[in-house]
Design a protein around this ligand. Sequence first.
Ligand SMILES: Cc1cc2nc3c(=O)[nH]c(=O)nc-3n(C[C@H](O)[C@H](O)[C@H](O)COP(=O)(O)OP(=O)(O)OC[C@H]3O[C@@H](n4cnc5c(N)ncnc54)[C@H](O)[C@@H]3O)c2cc1C
Length: 481
Amino acid sequence: MIRTGDEYRESLRDGREVWMNGERVDDVTAHPAFQPIVDVRARIYDMAHEDEHRDTLSYEDGGGRFAVGLKLPRTRADWWEKRAAVDAVMDEIGGVVTRVGDETVGEMWSLFDGQDVLNEVDPRFAANIRRHIDAVLHEDVFHVSANTDPKGDRSKLPQEQDPDMLLHVVRETDSGIVIRGAKYETASAYANQAFVKPTIANWGDAELSDYALGCIVDMGAPGLRHLCRTGFAGRGPAEDYPLSSRVDEIDSMIIFDDVEVPWEDVLFYRHTRAAAFIRGTLHRYSAFPFVQRIQRFADMLIGVALHNVRQTGLERQQAVQEKLATLACYREGIHAHLTAAIALAEPSPAGLLMPNQSLLYTGRVLACSQLPAMMHVARELCGGQICVTPDHAMFAHPETAPWMEKFYTVNDEWTAEDRRRLLALARDLLNSDYAGHRLTFQLFAQSPPFAHLGAVYRNFDFSGPLDVVRQAAGLSERVPA
Ligand SMILES: Cc1cc2nc3c(=O)[nH]c(=O)nc-3n(C[C@H](O)[C@H](O)[C@H](O)COP(=O)(O)OP(=O)(O)OC[C@H]3O[C@@H](n4cnc5c(N)ncnc54)[C@H](O)[C@@H]3O)c2cc1C
C-alpha cells in the first residue's frame, strides 16, 4: 500500500505539461530545479520502508502498511504519531518542507466530515467522496491543494469580467464536466492529484453557480499546464545558499484549458452552499501540520541566533539573553498551542478527532503573525555580518583566503570555515530572496491573515468571557448570551 520513491518518480512521467523560465520541462524528476524536491518527496516514501523509520512513518492495518501522515485521525495517539512523523522527515532533510502531502491531505478529512452536508445538498456525488478519501490512503498518492484563482477585479462579480478569472464549468459531457480557469498551487508540477475547490471570492447570492465546484484533478490531465515560477534550487552556489540551493518547493500557476473531469472525480457541483461549507472547514485538520512547520522554522531561528552570539562571545549580555528568550517564548507558544490542541482535541461531526479548533487557529495566528518580528530578532542577533560577508569563493581563492581566515577565525573553537558556514545559513534563512519567499509562503499559503482571524472568530467560544462580565457587572437576563 505504501509506495516507494521510484514508484512515485515513475508516476510523474505521465506526459504532464510543465514550464519554467520560458521552457518546457521534459521530466520533472531529472530537471535541476525540480529534482531536489522530487528527491525529498521520494525520500519520504522510501523512509517508510526502512527499518529505522518504518514504524514512525507507517502503520499496519489489516495486513497492509499505510502512511501515518495520510491516516484518518481518530485518537490523540494518531495526532502524536503524525507529529512525530513530520519531525522525523524534517530531521532527515535538515530543513523545512511543507507541501509534501501530509499537510494537504487534511482537506480530504474535512471532506469526510462534510459528507452528510454535501449529500443533503446534492446526493449524486456521495460515492465519489467516499472512494477518493479511501483512495488517498490506499494508493499513497501525493495529493495537493488548489484553492486560489487569479480572481482579477475583486470589485466585480466573476460574470462581469473575463469569466476565467475564477475556475468554472464550461460544459457537461456524457463522461464529466469541462472546466476552465487557473489556480495557484505549490507542488502541483510534481504531485499526482489535487483537491480543487473554490477560493474566498465574491459569489453573489445565487444558490447555483458554475463557479461552485469541487473535484479531484489528475495533475497530468490533458489540457492542464503547470506554469512554474523560477526555482531557487541549484541557482546560487551551495556553499553560499545552503538551504535554498539544496531544495525548494516550486509553486505553479496551473492553467485549466478546458480540462475534462470525469463524473467519478466530481465531489460537489454548482451548489454554493456546498462550496461555502467546504471553505469554512477546510483547514480544520491541515492547520496542524502547517503550524508544526513554523515551530521547526522557529528552532532554526533560535539555533542560528544562539550559535552566532556564542561565536562572538555575546551570550552573557543580559540584553542578548532577553532577545533569545523572546525567540524561545515564540517557539514555546507554538509548541504549547499544538500540544494543547491535541490534549483538548474534539470529536468532529463525522466521528474523527479534530485538534482543538480554537487552540489550533489561535496558534496559527500566533505563529504566522509573529514570524516577521521573530525573523527580525534573529537577524538582529546575527548582526550585520550576515549581509556583508564575502562569498565562499573569497574564502577559497589563494590571494584572499588568508585575509578571510584571519578575520573570520574567532577563537580555537570557531574556525573561519565554521563561521562562514553559519553566516551563510543565517543569510539564506533570514536575508535571501528565498527567506522572503518563505515568509510570504507562511503569510499566504494557507489563506491570508484575515481568513486566519476569521477562523479564530468562528471557533473561539465567546460565551465564557461574556458570562464573566455578565456576572461581574450584574447584567440583567435580558442581555443576549
Ligand atoms: C508561496 C505561496 C504558495 C501558495 N501555495 C498555494 C497552494 O498550494 N494552493 C493554493 O490554493 N493557493 C496557494 N497560494 C495562494 C494563497 O492561498 C493566496 O495567496 C491567498 O489565498 C491570498 O490570495 P491572493 O494572493 O489572491 O491575495 P488577495 O486576495 O489579493 O489579498 C491580498 C490582501 O488583500 C486584503 N484582502 C483581500 N480580500 C479581503 C477580504 N475579503 N477581507 C479583508 N481583507 C482582504 C488582505 O490584506 C489580503 O492579505 C500560495 C501563495 C503563496 C504566496
